[in-house]
Design a protein around this ligand. Sequence first.
Ligand code: ZN
Ligand code: ZN
Length: 363
Amino acid sequence: MGRIQARRERLKQSLVKEQVDGFLVASPVNVRYLTGFTGDSSILLVGPDREILVSDGRYTTQLEQECPGLERHIRPTGVEIPSELGRVVQGLGWRHLAFEATNLTVAELQAFSVAMPSVELRGVSGWVEVLRRVKDQEEIEAIRSSVRIAEKAFAILRAGLRLEETERDVADAIEAALRRCGATGSSFPPIVAVGERAALPHARPTRTRLDRDDFVLIDWGASGEPYKSDLTRIIATGKVTSKFEEIYRTVLTAQERAIAAIRPGALAHDIDAEARSVIDAAGFGGFFDHGLGHGIGMEIHEAPRIRKGSPDVLEPGNVVTVEPGIYLPGWGGIRIEDDVLVTDDGCEVLSRLPKGIDSVTID
Ligand code: ZN
Ligand code: ZN
């Protein structure tokens, strides 16, 4: 059995547990994960012994190429998705159908209910996402390659960085470099924040210029086929202050402590607490106002979530970011972010860009 078919088989355990006849997968990312199909406007139905991708005529050839063994149902032109889906589901004799509560709009749900009046629709969540948490070897290699691309792009950016460039110039440059290095694009719009503006963890690039003896926070990542990476580094131009050094070293220590605690069976909450305790002890406890990290994969934010109160337990094959930060309003912010694979006996940091305090400054 192929690796993609095996995912659908694992999904069937949820059907049994929830006592439903089938599962309707509407999210394009989850459809892709479960079938290999890269198009959209298509819905996957998974039952105990039938799996059907309901798609349309535009995709006939693509479906043959991307998911050859899978049963397909082509919706005739002019027929809306809900009514065609209703016909298929009722034809299968399914009475209880689970759907992805977090991926269907209220309007879509209403349309589906009207189209299949004899079917009880039940919202469930996380069925596919829980499978996506654990990456197989091919997925790990895809993330690795996405990390390498992001690193190469950063090296190009760093080498070409000039004072007087604006945050927007830098964001454009990194996006161009990502594509030149083999990415399909950015995994999210890059965050580029000079000095004081870096106090906003999700700053949008503006026309603010880089200046001498200042620093810039860059948070970027590559989108591959389709696996993503997510990194953050700080570049300082000229001299840094002792305050910068103190905060930078604190964030770096917090990150190293958290990474050292990552292993199978560790609680995500505890990993977050490792980093937080370092930042608290340094007196910056009130200035680290987001979770420590998140899973990455086909999407930029996935399970597991590494944050306070997270119920997630780390398993081999999880790939997570570790990104502590300290943000001081009126001064600026420092964040350092790397991508980490949970292995059988610990973890492997996939990203290797230098991050020691000596590596931060460019002339
Ligand atoms: Zn990031
Ligand atoms: Zn992140």
